[in-house]
Design a protein around this ligand. Structure first.
Ligand SMILES: Cc1ncc(COP(=O)(O)O)c(C=O)c1O
Length: 460
């Protein structure tokens, strides 16, 4: 039985380590290759022992144990995995994640991640420039969109000088993501600090209602520290009128944050950027390459129109670390996180693997799949809600909450029996079934099967 040293030799290539990583890779490749023959959800889940044994396990025993966890995992590479914003992992991204773990660099400080700190800065600059932000823009990577949104709101409040005002509010649409509620709690504000504005039939914030709500806040002596527009809402992928919102925020001298966790990525392709027109007007943008491009989790960016806003909000001087080189600022001074992995590596390599053509294809084909499914559902039978992106939700026309709960639960189960997984969001008091069509393995026959089951559930 092979004995695996706990740490790689700094002197020579360790054949046991090499074999271990090769065997681990093989297991992963087999797991991925088996995706289409199983189901999005595992049928069994057996947990290995949790506590460490007295004497450490051999390499093979470690792999057998990890296999149990793999066998009980959700399978994003199954063509029927359409429930959430969790696509199959991009292959270059998998390799970069492994390398990232092996490098074990730390984005906290330049001397702990010399090349990776630069890579992060340059890639954030590239993203900001690509989506049309001004030359002084930049950004920082974060572990997920919720954290990017939180950081954006912290920056917005700090830059507006309202960090000590317990009555400061932010305004967003009623379909904005729940991470805004969480952010408000973390920021020590009352829940009422998040004031939501009704949406129109397309799921977009109403500018008139926003305007009158802001007037009301100000008339009552309140102050607003940010307006949040959503580029891709969670249930239907609606995009708020970003150009109008941008003009409104400029007029009112308000920080404009765009939660583009779902839709922001469409801005990086010439072919799809019109879908999120106005994104360049934001003071800050959350963008989640983990959601559609398949960059392995987590991969989220907070981009800001003025990079120095991040620094003036978060920098502490990091007194226990050497200064950053040149005029640069440590990664740990640009956001809430201190120590963090070089998530940028898998994003950068993933983009290099895809190329412009691959990126365009992923973005455009996801929308084509949504249109294809939408066209197969009878709008006189289904209440279909969607936006211009790759999400669509449906529920039978004219049913109440209880009926929608029953229909959606039963239909979801039937779909799962047919290896198709949708999610079941509660939206404006009614349960829907939601399909996210970002999975590149989902082909027309899968969509035909999905539409057939949905239509049959209504006797169509
Ligand atoms: C619109 C929107 N914003 C933010 C988030 C939060 O992203 P994360 O899950 O990466 O924290 C989500 C998650 O689905 C989302 O849909």
């Amino acid at each position: 039985m092979s004995f695996l040293e706990p740490f790689a030799s700094p002197e020579h290539l360790d054949p046991e380590l090499q074999l271990f990583l090769e065997k681990a890779s093989l297991r992963l490749c087999k797991w991925l290759a088996n995706a289409g023959h199983s189901s999005p959800l595992p049928s069994i889940s057996v947990m290995p022992e949790i506590a460490p044994p007295l004497k450490g396990l051999s390499a093979d025993a470690l792999l057998d144990e990890i296999q149990l966890v793999m066998d009980g995992s959700y399978q994003p590479s199954h063509p029927g995995s359409l429930a959430h914003l969790d696509p199959p992992p991009l292959t270059a991204s998998i390799a970069a994640d492994l390398i990232c773990a092996g490098l074990n660099n730390n984005l906290l400080a330049e001397e702990l991640s010399p090349s990776l700190s630069r890579l992060e800065r340059l890639l954030c600059n590239w993203f900001a420039e690509r989506i049309g932000m001004p030359p002084q823009s930049g950004g920082v990577a974060a572990s997920g969109g919720s954290l990017s949104n939180l950081m954006a709101l912290v920056v917005a409040r700090y830059q507006s000088g309202l960090q000590n005002d317990p009555k400061a509010v932010l305004l967003a649409s009623s379909e904005a993501h729940v991470s805004l509620s969480k952010a408000v709690r973390v920021m020590g504000l009352d829940a009422e600090a998040l004031q939501t504005i009704e949406t129109n039939n397309e799921g977009q914030i109403s500018i008139e209602l926003l305007e009158s709500q802001l007037k009301r806040v100000r008339a009552e002596g309140g102050k607003c520290f940010a307006i949040v527009g959503t580029a891709g809402t969670t249930v239907r992928g609606a995009v708020d009128p970003l150009v109008e919102l941008g003009a409104f925020c400029l007029r009112e001298s308000l920080w404009f944050h765009i939660d583009g966790a779902i839709g922001g990525i469409f801005a990086i392709s010439e072919k799809t950027s019109h879908l999120v027109k106005g994104i360049s007007l934001a003071n800050s943008v959350t963008l989640n390459p983990q959601k559609l491009l398949g960059i392995t989790k987590t991969s989220s960016l907070l981009l800001v129109a003025n990079r120095s806003d991040l620094i003036s909000t978060f920098a502490t001087g990091l007194p226990y670390i050497e200064p950053a080189w040149g005029t640069e600022t440590h990664g740990g001074e640009m956001g809430i996180q201190g120590t963090r992995p070089a998530e940028v590596l898998k994003l950068w390599l993933g983009l290099r693997q895809l190329g412009e053509t691959g990126i365009n294809n992923l973005l455009e084909q996801s929308i084509e799949r949504r249109v294809c499914l939408e066209n197969k559902l009878d709008p006189s039978k289904f209440q279909l809600i969607s936006g211009p992106l790759h999400l669509i939700s449906c529920t039978p026309v004219g049913i109440d909450k209880e009926q929608s709960a029953k229909w959606s639960a039963e239909t979801r189960l039937e779909l799962l029996e047919n290896q198709i997984m949708l999610s079941r969001p509660l939206h404006q008091g009614i349960y829907y079934l939601k399909a996210v069509l970002g999975n590149p393995h989902t082909k027309t026959p899968h969509l035909v099967k999905l539409a057939k089951i949905l239509n049959c559930s209504l006797g169509v």
